[in-house]
Design a protein around this ligand. Structure first.
Ligand code: ZN
Length: 316
């Protein structure tokens, strides 16, 4: 009896030690330190992150394919977002995390491989109204991409960034998915669809996907009137074709805050919201980014018969 009393707590302790202390994606490297890499498999033009937590103070460096990623202190850990562009071939990409304690000199290295799958975005034929055909000019398109790239270059920290990112409109009716490999008006211009399109009538509200600072309210040729928000850590969101902006550059907004009214400005056949998420300067699939938060429910898609034209309203 006496032995049993001692043995039971001892057995419980043994079982507890044998169980993994973290989920599959969070591997312990030292007793107090964990490294989470999510996702570990993704398509081109998708993003993920490395999150190091549990042991402070630390010096943390993260490399992807041997090149350093920016690492940000978030208040409860070290965040290093990563993204692959549309042209990334299928293959494996090593991530190496080096964490050291400057007071003791203790150092740990954590290695993880991220796999980019051989996903092909679907080909799409898009017809733009003839009055807008001038907006298919390659130089005009590249100038707009260059302007956007400059907006996405500065890096800031965030005071209250965090999951989840919210849908910028009620969670219904996507009219055009992210990533379509588009040919416009029989080949005048070809480009990937760098955002996701939501059905919206002119004047309907658009909300900020997450808190952050408005860095641009601008009238562009292709995207029309846009609002761009810097969420910190190299993560931006863009809201295009709007009729009206209710925010100004420099203004700090909260997730879910009304920022704009939908419209049909720029290269579009009709009103809709074109919504982008940009990570490390790369436009990535907004819904797969949001799906990194457990419990995310993707919005419905407008059913489209095979070989039917892209819905009226789509343009960029
Ligand atoms: Zn679009």
């Amino acid at each position: 009896m006496k032995h049993t009393v001692i043995l039971i707590p001892f057995l419980i302790l043994l079982i507890a030690l044998a169980l993994p202390a973290h989920s599959v994606q969070a591997a312990p490297v030292v007793p107090t330190l964990s490294v989470e890499v999510r996702p570990q498999e993704l398509a081109p033009a998708q993003a993920g992150y490395v999150f190091v937590s549990g042991g402070y103070p630390l010096r943390v460096s993260v490399t992807l394919d041997g090149r350093p990623l920016a690492v940000y202190w978030t208040g409860d850990g070290y965040l290093a977002p990563f993204a692959f562009d549309f042209d990334t071939p299928a293959g494996e990409h090593p991530i190496v995390v080096l964490a050291s304690d400057p007071t003791t000199g203790a150092q740990v290295t954590y290695r993880q491989t991220v796999t980019v799958t051989a996903f092909q975005y679907p080909r799409e034929e898009v017809s733009i109204a003839r009055r807008l055909a001038a907006l298919l000019d390659p130089l005009l398109n590249r100038n707009e991409e260059d302007w956007l790239a400059a907006v996405y270059t500065p890096r800031s920290n965030s005071t209250d960034w965090g999951w989840p990112f919210a849908l910028p409109v009620p969670g219904e009716w996507i009219t055009s998915k992210f990533g379509g490999d588009r040919t416009y008006n029989g080949g005048l211009w070809r480009a990937y669809h760098t955002g996701v399109d939501f059905r919206r009538a002119v004047g309907q509200p658009i909300w900020a996907t997450a808190s952050g600072r408005v860095v641009a309210v601008e009238s562009l040729n292709v995207r029309g009137n846009v609002v761009i928000i810097d969420h910190g850590y190299g993560i931006f969101s863009q809201y295009a074709h709007i009729s009206e902006a209710y925010v100004t550059p420099g203004q700090y907004v909260q997730r879910g805050q009304l920022i704009a009214a939908a419209g049909a400005t720029g290269r579009t056949n009709g009103p809709h919201l074109h919504f982008e998420i940009i990570v490390n300067g790369i436009p990535v699939d907004p819904l797969s980014w949001m799906a990194l938060m457990p419990g995310f429910v993707p919005p419905a898609e407008v059913p489209r018969e095979r070989d039917q034209p892209i819905e009226e309203g789509t343009g960029s």
